[in-house]
Design a protein around this ligand. Structure first.
Ligand code: HEC
Length: 117
């Protein structure tokens, strides 16, 4: 009796498993994870901003800076709505022009890679 039940349960579970694995054929394409070459906020932009922008664009902005740049969302927002990438590329920000060519390029690449976090 017990064996029969176990067998039935096994067949039942096998059927469920089979029908589930059929649906694996549906093409679900997840967002591709960033490839190692992509510039992301976390791997690159964050530390450049910390070292070169937060003295003015900190959580309470100082020296007349109009906004904070302390989080991914804030930096992305400034890139989309305040011309951050252009100001960095043309050396307007930071005002003392202290960013290296590689650091400026990181901002350009961050934009072309799609502002990845
Ligand atoms: C020495 C202080 C200081 C530093 C450092 C600084 N900023 Fe600024 N930032 C300002 C001030 C002040 C303004 C206001 C506009 C002006 O005076 O040009 C400004 C304006 C901006 C704006 C335009 C905001 C708007 O809506 O017009 C952006 C974008 C910006 N900064 C980004 C950056 C980035 C990115 C860095 C670092 C790479 C940086 N800033 C470093 C002081 C600073």
């Amino acid at each position: 009796m017990k064996t029969k039940l176990t067998t039935l349960a096994f067949i039942f579970l096998t059927l469920i498993w089979t029908s589930c694995s059929d649906s694996d054929n549906d093409e679900i394409t997840p967002d591709p994870p960033p490839t190692s070459g992509d510039v992301t906020y976390t791997n690159s932009i964050k530390s450049i901003v910390s070292g070169n922008c937060l003295s003015c664009h900190g959580s309470s902005p100082t020296n007349g800076a109009p906004m904070s740049l302390t989080t991914y969302t804030m930096v992305k927002d400034a890139a989309l709505n305040r011309g951050l990438i252009t100001l960095v590329e043309n050396g307007t920000m930071p005002k003392d022009g202290s960013l290296s060519t590689a650091q400026k390029k990181a901002f350009s690449d961050w934009k072309s890679d799609g502002y990845l976090e």
